[in-house]
Ligand binder design. Sequence first.
Ligand code: IPD
Ligand code: CA
Ligand code: CA
Length: 267
Amino acid sequence: MHPLLNVATIAARSAGNQIMQHLENIERLNIEQKGMNDFVSEVDKEAEQIIIQTIQKYYPDHAIMAEESGVSGSKKSDFEWIIDPLDGTTNFLHKYPQFSVSIAIKEKGKLMHGVVYDPIRDEMFSATRGDGARLNNYRIRVSEQKTLEHALLGTGFPYHDFSYIDSYMSSLKSFMQSTAGIRRAGSAALDLAYVACGRIDGFWEFNLKPWDIAAGALIAQEAGAFATDFKGGNNYLLSGNILVANPKLYKHMVQTITKTIPEELRN
Ligand code: IPD
Ligand code: CA
Ligand code: CA
């Protein structure tokens, strides 16, 4: 395993263990509201600190972009760590067992490594560019599902910015009528990891943040998925709009997205 991926794995596991320790005392946690339907607990912050301390122990000069504490470390570094310490906070706060730790590493601006860790199931999804994707060290591949008709898709609902809700609803309506089913599980990082291992065949969501998708998108791509913005481009880390699917299904999904989402929202 690449040394950077190894450190990411150690950090994700430590953060996941800490998250699990708090699962039974959620009622006693300090919870703040960052915005509409957007909560952060002391667990998110503690988990983030565990990850940052682990990184700094091995790589004190690397740059860091983390959801709760923002940007830190050296701006001159070729390496940038992108961290979501707890993806699926709403699920966690309701003891709904679907959340993850997501850590990605960019080198000279290019995504090179990613881990998404599900501490409930002790599932570590990981990838290094060019080296394939793994679940608990076993190679994973996307599904072979060719048709929308038999596909199970994942998505995320708009929950605080409702400006694009009509476009989203029209894509949802179309996929509802053309697929075998749709799941809104509540952790985008895990949704992407699930595309990677074929538990779902495709995934789309608007308006995500880089830390939600950086690791999962690389893992999905290394497992054979296409990952793009809604125009088929590479802008998804910036726009937050992402469409990921096995290559056969991808072309059908992109047709639906093109049909249902106006061009100005499709970046
Ligand atoms: C959220 C989850 C959710 C997605 C949201 C994200 P958070 O992350 O990934 O699935 O629908 O858009 O913000 O806030 O729990 O880290
Ligand atoms: Ca997140
Ligand atoms: Ca989070």
